[in-house]
Design a protein around this ligand. Structure first.
Ligand code: HAM
Length: 426
């Protein structure tokens, strides 16, 4: 028997109803905020991520599913959505047509991490990217949008932590300060953090190991690395956030540094207690240099991504289960005999083309078992048809809520069913 690959999961119909409900809620909110969907390919050039996320990051060095395609090109399964969207934006010349764009996306991402609860190798993100603005109001809108999606999906117990990484030059200044601070503490830091010392000392602040955490506590006490422009921008973001509906749960945390190199200025992470060690349900921030670094104009950008699997864990904790989206069956057709099944098939398709949610059993099961099916599906009506009924060109329509039944002739059957559905609207 074949099995799904490690860290990759099927979404069976019972799960899918939750996924659709969650995605539907998010899409609804995106549309209300004026965001439009963008879909990019799952396979991209490896170099796109090396240049954007950063060649020394964990994602690029350890986690990408990469291979040579048939044309010997270095390709990867996309580990995230931001870089592909900037690529698509530039490739379609959107910066020349209408530079300010608000995108949303939903889809699978791939990272070869060690699987555990809430951490998969194929996972799914719901995300948004605003390209073409440096305004702090857009940072606030993105954070509000993310929190509206969490609220709408019944996730309540989350916390948003905010930080200001500063611009490119500020990040260089901070890296220098950190390098000096950690220099005489090398022997106490873990092996990964020792490697980070030269390549990206900011990532040491993000280390989850207790030993490193104890040392990093003092690292930022007197770190003054932000330029005035970045300080002002961040104050602006906070002012705008104050104008958002009461209850937006934001707090500042200087240790939020993020694992992707493209971030500058505002960054944020959303945690939820149901997620344990993998506690980020979502994250994001500004990436004001990425569009220019990828060959476009110098324009600001900001976005976020939420992990769907982690949202489902969080919402199960906060509100039990999400309600599904599948509409209940309105008419179930039970047939006796092959001839009546053929006629029933015609009626079924007529019902469906009239928008009436209907179903049938094709297997020639006994009437008793078909009635059991109808009950299981919580059908509102069952339309029963055997050779007798076929001979008289009529059907029996049974109301499954009160067991009342009526014989109805074929003529005008659909209109009669519609009438009954209206009369007995739940
Ligand atoms: P990220 O923090 O790498 O950011 O991922 C965002 C979210 O994706 C995480 O908070 C988590 O919920 C989910 N996630 C990440 N890795 C896994 C995994 N292995 N298994 C399950 N869920 C996972 C980004 O991807 C950025 N592109 C976000 C962004 C958009 N920044 C600006 N715009």
């Amino acid at each position: 028997m074949h099995r799904a690959l490690r860290g990759m999961k099927d979404s069976l119909p019972n799960d899918s109803t939750l996924w659709q409900s969650l995605e539907g809620s998010a899409i609804d909110i995106f549309h209300k905020y004026g965001y439009r969907e963008i879909r990019t390919p799952i396979l991209e050039e490896k170099d796109l991520f090396v240049k954007s996320i950063g060649g020394e990051t964990d994602i690029v060095t350890k986690e990408m599913f990469s291979f040579l395609d048939r044309g010997e090109r270095d390709v990867v399964l996309r580990p995230e959505g931001t870089a592909p969207i900037v690529r698509a934006y530039l490739e379609a010349n959107l910066h020349k047509i209408e530079p300010f764009q608000k995108f949303y996306y939903i889809g699978p991402m791939f990272r070869a991490e060690r699987p555990q609860a809430g951490r998969l190798r194929q996972f799914h993100q719901i995300g948004a990217e605003v390209i073409g603005s440096h305004s702090p109001a857009v940072d606030a809108e993105i954070i509000l949008l993310l929190s509206s999606i969490l609220d709408k999906t019944g996730i309540r117990d989350y916390k948003i932590k905010l930080n200001n990484l500063g611009c490119h030059n500020d990040k260089i200044r901070l890296s220098k300060i950190l390098k000096e601070y950690f220099l005489d503490k090398k022997s106490i830091l873990c092996e990964d953090c020792n490697n980070r010392m030269d390549k990206n000392p900011m990532r040491i602040l993000d280390c989850k190991k207790d030993g490193c955490r104890n040392i990093t506590k003092g690292a930022l006490k007197s770190a003054d690395f932000l330029c005035d422009g970045c300080k002002n921008h961040f104050s602006g973001v906070k002012e705008y956030l104050k104008k958002t509906p009461a209850g937006i749960k934001c707090s500042e945390d200087p240790y939020i540094v993020r694992g992707l190199d493209y971030y500058t200025s505002t960054v944020f992470e959303v945690s939820h207690p149901a997620l344990g060690a993998q506690d980020a349900v979502g994250a994001g921030g500004r990436y004001d240099n990425l569009v220019k670094d990828m060959g476009g104009p110098s324009i600001g950008a900001v976005g976020f991504a939420l992990g769907i699997e982690r949202m489902l864990i969080a919402s199960a904790k906060d509100c039990g289960v999400l309600t599904g989206l599948y509409p209940p069956i309105e008419v179930y057709i039970a047939t006796i005999g092959e001839a009546s099944r053929k006629e029933a098939f015609r009626i079924l398709n007529e019902l469906r083309s009239e928008g009436i949610v209907s179903d049938i059993n094709y297997e020639g099961a006994s009437l008793k078992s078909q009635m059991r099916d109808a009950n299981k599906l919580k059908a509102r009506f069952t339309l029963i048809m055997g050779d007798d009924e076929l001979g008289k060109s009529e059907v029996v329509l049974k109301n499954m809520r009160n067991t009342e039944q009526h014989t109805i002739p074929f003529d005008n059957l659909i209109a009669k069913i519609k009438e009954k559905l209206k009369t007995y609207s739940l």
